[in-house]
Ligand binder design. Structure first.
Ligand code: DQA
Length: 145
């Protein structure tokens, strides 16, 4: 069964109580639960990782170099400036889809740029928790190829 690593970056552990008008009322556990149900339907094995630390995220991406078929990532604010996470994704060469709860293109100017999206297959942004489910469907299609 293809294995997908679901990575969440800083502050996403606070989902549910964090700016619910922007990010919705689902907790990260709720989202992971929805992903697990969908993964069963798609025939994928999921692993979950969240960290508030750039180095820990990079180490986890490196650790996926063997035995992981795809990465679904919400890098949080690192989206906009972490060249190191971008380089880690590029280095492992594993198909990656970037997701965001909010529409990063309709908010503050600094959020409209992702330095990580160019090394991903694509980006899903603006559909709340559903962005993760859409992203997983897109990734499933790619890891099966
Ligand atoms: C986010 C958007 C980022 O700009 C922000 O820093 C986050 C969450 C989202 O999912 O909408 O932490 O990645």
């Amino acid at each position: 069964m293809p294995k997908v690593l679901v990575i969440n970056g800083p502050n996403l552990n606070l989902l549910g109580m964090r700016e619910p008008d922007i990010y919705g009322s689902h907790t990260l556990d709720d989202i992971n639960g929805k992903l697990a149900v969908l993964a069963k339907e798609l025939g994928l094995d999921l692993e979950f990782f969240q960290s508030n630390h750039e180095g820990a995220l990079i180490d986890r991406i490196h650790g996926s170099v063997s035995g992981t078929d795809g990465i679904l990532i919400n890098p949080g604010a690192f989206t906009h400036y972490s060249y190191a996470i971008r380089d880690a994704v590029a280095a492992v060469g594993i198909p990656c889809v970037e997701v965001h709860l909010s529409n990063i293109h309709s908010r503050e100017e600094f959020r409209s740029k992702s330095v990580i999206a160019p090394v991903c297959l694509g980006q899903v942004s603006g559909f709340g928790a559903h962005s993760y489910l859409l992203g997983l469907r897109a990734l499933a299609n790619e890891v099966r190829k």
